[in-house]
Design a protein around this ligand. Structure first.
Ligand SMILES: Cc1cc2nc3c(=O)[nH]c(=O)nc-3n(C[C@H](O)[C@H](O)[C@H](O)COP(=O)(O)OP(=O)(O)OC[C@H]3O[C@@H](n4cnc5c(N)ncnc54)[C@H](O)[C@@H]3O)c2cc1C
Length: 383
């Protein structure tokens, strides 16, 4: 039943769609504004683990996620001559992953979330908030289209480069912490390696990863750069050029993979950084997902943090009905310790896994992973 309050969500990805879902369930009339012309598809698979499993269950999408889960069986670490130097076998070929090992394509999860809300929420695509003005009783949003509308609350779920954050909380540079790495992903509609396998090739400071599933392959390039590279984040041609220049002449299958990328319309590029804010809300505006607490792709948790954050916000709003100030404080207080832990772990362990900086670190990483599996296999044999 409607509580008569209109709310605005900026961004229609994991944070925006799941925030819209919970707000609708709590009785709000929800409008979602998305700057793109439709849902922004693409990207590496999303892990659903830990607390996100119960969030997905509460949202009623756990079984669908389970039925569409991917089945990565094997990691292989390659040298320039395409010889496998180390490998980690997660399960025998053809064996199903355990019930709680949930990894789904980014587009699959996006589609499931959109299905949950598409009939109950107003979507405004190809538009963006350009100004916000708060009054005692509501907040007015001005849109790129020229429209002006009033809402009780506004939620910034518009990602790392959140417009709501820069309009309402301050410049991006105040809150983003560069992690000295860049990464790109292209998805091609063919298997470049055996399905359900991932391969990785590294030289110090550079990494190329392939992940094949369901007749598709993710091609990921990542590289270390101590200084930020100036580029326009809206200019894809410029970002493609950065990747070509960084990886030109590198060994393994790099030349072939650069050609695949050049011939593909799918391309996503970003710097790795974390967002850290002293507060995720001010007045009638709160942030959810990457906009508030991006942990970076190296965390491998961007999607699940957005789902968890939206649920934490909903729990707080439910606990303090009619008092958004207390609800926003509770959202911050309950969810922040988890975010701080994930962000710290990502810096400690995640970055080196994707893109080790030295030969020694590459050797150590490969050996550690192999040991890990051998240990597990030995334990299993003993059991
Ligand atoms: C196309 C794409 C591919 C991605 N691929 C990867 C990947 O391979 N690996 C990884 O770790 N992470 C990836 N990400 C980021 C990942 O989705 C997020 O880290 C995570 O899911 C958190 O979700 P989010 O909803 O907070 O942010 P995001 O998923 O970044 O979504 C933000 C949404 O807000 C929209 N938006 C931006 N500005 C405005 C505006 N002014 N007004 C309205 N809407 C706006 C965007 O178009 C987007 O739909 C990708 C994101 C996108 C958009």
């Amino acid at each position: 039943m409607s509580n008569g309050m209109k709310v605005l969500v900026s961004g229609a990805s994991f944070a925006g769609l799941s925030t819209a879902y919970w707000l609708k369930r709590l009785g709000y009339d929800v409008t979602v504004v998305e700057t793109a012309k439709g849902l922004r598809t693409g990207g590496t698979a999303v892990n659903i683990e830990g607390r996100t499993v119960s969030v997905a269950e509460r949202m009623g999408i756990l079984e669908q996620i389970r039925s569409k889960r991917l089945n990565l069986e094997r990691w292989e670490y390659k040298n320039a001559a395409d010889v496998t130097e180390g490998s980690m076998v997660l399960r025998p070929e053809g064996a199903l992953p355990p019930e709680d090992d949930l990894e789904v394509e980014r587009n699959t999860l996006l589609g499931l979330l959109f299905e949950l809300v598409k009939d109950d929420v107003e979507f405004v695509f190809d538009d963006s908030i350009t100004a916000l003005s708060e009054r005692p009783e509501n907040i007015e949003a001005t849109f790129r289209s020229g429209a002006r509308r009033s809402f009780a609350l506004v939620f910034g779920c518009d990602g790392l480069r959140s417009t709501v954050r820069s309009l309402w909380f301050g410049k991006e540079a105040e809150y983003t912490h560069f992690l000295e790495q860049y990464f790109s992903i292209t998805i091609v509609d063919k298997s470049l390696i055996r399905p359900n396998t991932a391969q990785m090739f590294n030289v110090p400071g550079k990494g190329v990863m392939l992940n094949a599933y369901k007749d598709k392959t993710d091609i990921v390039f990542c590289f270390v750069s101590e200084k930020e590279i100036p580029y326009d984040y809206r200019n894809e041609a410029e970002q493609r050029r950065i990747i070509s220049e960084q990886f030109a002449g590198l060994g393994w299958r790099t030349a072939e993979l650069l050609q695949e990328i050049a011939g593909s319309g799918s391309f996503y590029f970003d710097k790795l950084c974390q967002v850290k804010m002293p507060s995720w809300s001010r007045g009638r505006v709160a942030l959810v997902g990457d906009a508030a607490y991006c942990a970076s792709p190296a965390a491998g948790k961007g999607g699940s943090l957005a789902l968890d954050g939206a649920a934490a916000l909903a729990d707080a709003l439910q606990k303090y009905p009619g008092n958004f100030e207390l609800a926003f404080q509770a959202y911050d207080a309950t969810f922040r310790p988890f975010i701080e832990e994930v962000q710290a772990e990502t810096v400690r362990f995640g970055l080196e896994g994707l893109c080790p900086r030295t030969e020694e670190a590459i050797r150590k990483r490969n050996a550690f992973e192999s040991d890990l599996f051998e240990r597990r296999a030995t334990d299993d044999a003993r059991a």
